[in-house]
Design a protein around this ligand. Structure first.
Ligand SMILES: C[S@@+](CC[C@H](N)C(=O)[O-])C[C@H]1O[C@@H](n2cnc3c(N)ncnc32)[C@H](O)[C@@H]1O
Length: 202
């Protein structure tokens, strides 16, 4: 991967996901997440904090027949401008509400979950996904369940992993997407690794 690293957090995340998707051979994380959730095609789905809306596009490409809506305060194309604390929908509008890599970023995640439950139909599902254990720990803390160092993290419903092989150039690029630079020894690469996403029902 050549070139410098994009400045904004969303551009860095997009660049990181694009590299991980190339290394995994699958669209990361939305394709892997949707494979795991295996949503019935008729369900109406709301993706909160959808960002650039790629999960919505992935669902459309899969021929999802139900309503698919995404909201984000900084919306990409086809995304409604709204925040998780005040969802602009009447009660009982959706069958599934998703928070993909979002809960740890919210000012009021408890309020966001209350809103998610309000817009769900009876029997509906809320699913959340986190980048990894550190992100999951922040999410639980923001939900009022602080865990002391060494405490066991609440189990996510599943851990999705996407095996990949990282070269020295990939490692330098990935570090750059976290705003870091480091000497990467050519002797230690390539390395077999995996992208990881934790999925659970809060
Ligand atoms: C790490 S990105 C994840 C984006 C996308 N869900 C994904 O997995 O690629 C976090 C997203 O949360 C959004 N966000 C931040 N504050 C929010 C809020 N109060 N309500 C809804 N979304 C919010 C950001 O704009 C950003 O798009």
């Amino acid at each position: 991967m050549a070139g410098g690293h994009p400045a904004s957090a969303s551009a860095r995340l997009e660049a990181r996901d694009a590299l991980l998707s190339r290394l995994c051979g699958q669209s990361w994380p939305e394709g892997v997440l949707l494979d795991a959730l295996d949503l019935s095609p008729a369900l109406d789905v709301l993706d909160v904090g959808t960002g650039d809306g790629r999960l919505l596009r992935e669902l459309a490409q899969r021929g999802h027949a139900g309503r698919v809506v995404g909201v984000d305060p900084t919306p990409g194309p086809g995304v409604q401008p709204a925040s998780s604390e005040a969802l602009p929908f009447p009660g009982a509008s959706f069958d599934v509400v998703l928070f993909a890599r979002v809960l740890a970023h919210l000012p009021d995640p408890a309020r966001a979950l209350a809103e998610a439950r309000r817009v769900l139909r009876p029997g509906g599902q809320v699913w959340a996904a986190a980048h990894g254990p550190a992100h999951l720990r922040v999410t639980w803390a923001t939900l009022g369940q602080s865990l002391a160092p060494g405490d066991t993290l609440p189990e996510p419903a599943s851990t999705l992993t996407c095996p990949l092989t990282v070269t020295g150039d990939d490692a330098r690029f990935l570090l750059g997407t976290y705003g870091k630079e480091a000497e990467v020894s050519p002797h230690l690469f390539p390395v077999q690794d995996a992208a990881q996403l934790l999925v659970w029902r809060p």
